[in-house]
Ligand binder design. Structure first.
Ligand SMILES: Nc1ncnc2c1ncn2[C@@H]1O[C@H](COP(=O)(O)OP(=O)(O)OP(=O)(O)O)[C@@H](O)[C@H]1O
Ligand SMILES: [Mg+2]
Length: 271
């Protein structure tokens, strides 16, 4: 195959037989079995799986925060060796600089990567507008609600123009209504930018509403149990969640996850 063709078809990210074991000897925890998973450019991939199955570990290995015990992660064909601004991470909560106002939080990344101040200001204004927080640019994180802080976190990640966004349960701490509104907002942003996204959630509804690919993991040590391709990410209508097809897929994933959650519970009981 000529190299150009190979590049065209190469996935954005490839987890190649990636396993992870924490600790050694009797205390060792096998978090991930060797996992092979491709993420195609422009896809919105949601990872679902029982607590402790290794979702965060997988994301942290791609982020470059953790090293795999065996195997490797490739991005654009190159092995991931550490954190890189091409991979933007949004954490479950906070992680904003409390001593900086909202604008400065978002402008921080572009400034840190050497962009001139005027350009960093423009980028911050643009992404704060995108997440609906233009009016709050001069406020400090403590003056914002949890949902608004998460939106700043998303604007901050987007301002670095990452090639992939890594989101570890970004909406887990939010109330149900705020969460639904933010899901609609993130969907609009994704439809506009077509960023590659890896998103961890415990919510089947959230995964089905947002993802182009839903990957279900097994109980620890994590393996890929199933992969599904819902069609709801293209829809702008929040009411897709009431469709018969949505209900059918939800039931299917519920069944897959319940089996694994019970296994995880038994494992915890045995420890
Ligand atoms: N730094 C660490 N040291 C030791 N063990 C760890 C470490 N990080 C994770 N683990 C273990 O690895 C397993 C997978 O953890 P991980 O955080 O990836 O799970 P998860 O799927 O993200 O769970 P949750 O849904 O609860 O966030 C767990 O058993 C956890 O205790
Ligand atoms: Mg986790």
């Amino acid at each position: 195959m000529p190299p150009a063709e190979r590049v065209d078809h190469a996935p954005k990210v490839r987890f190649e037989e990636v396993s992870k074991c924490f600790g050694q000897g009797a205390d060792a925890v096998r978090a991930l079995e060797p996992i092979t998973l491709d993420i195609t450019e422009g896809e919105f991939t949601c990872l679902l799986g029982p607590s402790g199955c290794g979702k965060s570990t997988l994301l942290n290995i791609l982020a470059g925060f953790e090293q795999p015990t065996s195997g490797q992660v490739l991005m654009d064909g190159l092995s991931v060796r550490g954190p890189d601004p091409r991979r933007g991470v949004v954490f479950q909560q906070g992680a904003l600089f409390t001593w900086m106002n909202v604008h400065d939080n978002v402008a921080f990344g572009p400034l840190a990567t050497g962009k001139p101040a005027a350009q960093a200001d423009r980028l911050a204004a643009h992404y704060l507008e995108m997440v609906g927080l233009a009016a709050f640019a001069k406020r400090y994180p403590y003056e914002l609600s949890g949902g608004m802080q998460q939106r700043v976190g998303i604007a901050r990640a987007l301002a670095n123009d990452p090639e992939i966004l890594l989101m570890d349960e970004p909406f887990a701490a939010l109330d149900a209504q705020t969460r639904e509104l933010l899901q609609e907002e993130i969907k609009r942003i994704w439809q506009r930018t077509h960023k590659t996204v890896l998103w961890i959630t415990h919510s089947i509804d959230e995964a089905l509403f947002l993802a182009t690919e839903v990957v279900v993991m097994s109980a620890r040590p994590g393996r890929i149990k199933a992969s599904l391709r819902p069609q709801f990410s293209q829809s702008a209508d929040p009411a897709v969640v009431t469709s018969a097809e949505f209900a059918r897929m939800k039931a299917e994933i519920f069944g897959l996850l319940r089996e694994e959650a019970l296994t995880a519970q038994r494992q915890e009981g045995a420890q």
